[in-house]
Design a protein around this ligand. Structure first.
Ligand code: SF4
Ligand code: SF4
Length: 243
């Protein structure tokens, strides 16, 4: 489906889609989650996420950590994936391309599917635009990572596939991961205060770009690069292809 495809959906607040999911979070998702509960991004990471801030937390009974009864406790700051539901957004590697897909309805879902509008109207109603804009800004860091890693690693001497395999394994580890200040900085915008959302993103992206350009630890850079790519909905290949 593309933005002009016929589509409409009415949520009837059954809460069934808020269980047993794997929902990746971008730095902007984390910022908005924090804002919705008037907490710092550090507190929001502890409260609502796993894997260093990059995945929404679900409790042992399968419910999202933000679910309150059948309602979203962070509705104003719900993540992009929740806004898109029941659509999913597929990224097309190494391009700005996008494709929308219809996700399987939750079993017993009370949602009403229809064709009374189009994908574009649905995205607007869900406030998706600012999320996509912010994520595009963070995605601009991926070539900065690629460039820095290419300068820091001699791939004539280091076997590229093994190098990236190790980075992907570490980036996707659920626990026992190595400390990585770049990843910590990627999800924590607490230090940037007194600005609107778009300005915070701009300052944050610039600060991250500076950190990346000055970092010489190639392994740390590679893990953070994979981490960011996945959190933005790309496959690790977005950064692991060696030119
Ligand atoms: S953040 Fe809100 S909408 Fe998203 S899964 Fe959790 S409770 Fe549901
Ligand atoms: S399954 Fe559909 S109707 Fe139920 S809460 Fe989720 S979006 Fe709303």
């Amino acid at each position: 489906m593309n933005r002009n495809s016929p589509f409409s959906y009415v949520c009837n607040a059954c809460g069934l889609c808020c269980h047993n999911k794997v929902i990746t979070l971008s730095p902007y998702d984390v910022m908005r989650l924090a804002r919705a509960v008037a907490a710092s991004t550090r507190d929001a990471i502890d409260r609502f996420t796993i894997r260093r801030g990059s995945i929404l937390k679900f409790t042992d009974d399968g419910a999202c950590a933000a679910l309150e009864g059948a309602c979203c406790g962070v509705h104003r700051g719900r993540p992009l994936a929740c806004r898109l539901y029941p659509l999913g957004l597929e990224r097309i590697e190494h391009s700005d391309g996008e494709k929308f897909v219809m996700l399987e309805p939750a079993i017993g879902s009370l949602g009403d599917y229809g064709i009374d509008g189009d994908v574009n109207g649905f995205l607007d109603a869900q406030g998706v635009g600012v999320y996509l804009t912010a994520n595009a800004r963070y995605a601009s860091l991926l070539p900065v990572f690629r460039e820095r890693i290419a300068a820091a690693v001699d791939f004539d001497r280091v076997e590229p596939r093994e190098f990236w395999r190790r980075a992907i394994r570490e980036a996707l580890a659920e626990s026992n991961y190595d400390p990585n200040p770049l990843i910590d900085a990627m999800f924590d915008t607490s230090a940037i205060v007194g600005l609107g959302d778009a300005e915070i993103v701009a300052v944050h992206v610039e600060r991250l770009a500076q950190i990346i350009r000055h970092e010489s630890n190639a392994e740390m850079l590679a893990v953070a690069a994979v981490f960011l790519a996945v959190s933005l909905g790309y496959s690790p290949r977005e950064v692991t292809v060696v030119s």
